[in-house]
Design a protein around this ligand. Sequence first.
Ligand SMILES: *[C@@H]1O[C@H](CO)[C@@H](O)[C@H](O)[C@H]1NC(C)=O
Length: 255
Amino acid sequence: MVKIGVQQPPAALKPEKEKAAGGDGAAGAEEPAPLVQGRRSSLSGVCYLTMGLLVLLLGLVFASMYVYRYFFITQLPRESVFHCGVLYEDSLYSPFRGQLELHEDVKIYIEENYEQINVPVPRFGGSDPADIIHDFQRGLTAYHDITLDKCYVIELNTTIVMPPRNLWELLVNVKKGTYLPQTYIIQEEMIATEHVSDMEQLGSFIYRLCSGKETYRLKRRSTRRRISRREAGNCHRIRHFENTFVVETVICGKS
Ligand SMILES: *[C@@H]1O[C@H](CO)[C@@H](O)[C@H](O)[C@H]1NC(C)=O
């Protein structure tokens, strides 16, 4: 009887067996043993339940990830090409020129997280044809001015450029009616700064676009002063869109 210790599980088990084999001992005195047993089994029950719930939860998480991938990601093609056109009011130079049209091809690579834009020679002069890459992985934008055959690189401005997924959604929605509803144009001014010699630091997509071409870093011109006539001769304009509005990027050489 003294042997039965509440804090000693192996000892507590033994008399139980003895009791079962040897028939009826002092049943009243051994009361604590079944109590401990019960508490322990309920404890392990809670353990099993928790583990079961955890497994269930994990299963649910994986199932929903699978469903998400299946319904949302596999539905998006790896590469989408859009031929787009927009009508916009040219308020920058000649407010009376009225509506202009801008065309471009947009390739969106959702998995690789970049966009490539090809701007053809515009029907009405004034801006250069260009290839543009917005690399969201690297956070860089590259402009290849086709007229000059030069590349310009600057940090990606996410206020102006929609991420691949959002742009894809916008263009899919617009596709039904070929043209974006009439929009407006904004202007940004850049100055070419240092020459880039190590092209590989720009990531493989921009590397593919710019390798073998003279490449410069761009700096945003913050002061909103007008470009002087002398400077203007040294500037090139690229009109493009990767959002709901058109952007004119003015790139000026060092002066
Ligand atoms: C991004 O573009 C907007 C609109 O032109 C400009 O106000 C903002 O300063 C730019 N941000 C950066 C980080 O260049």
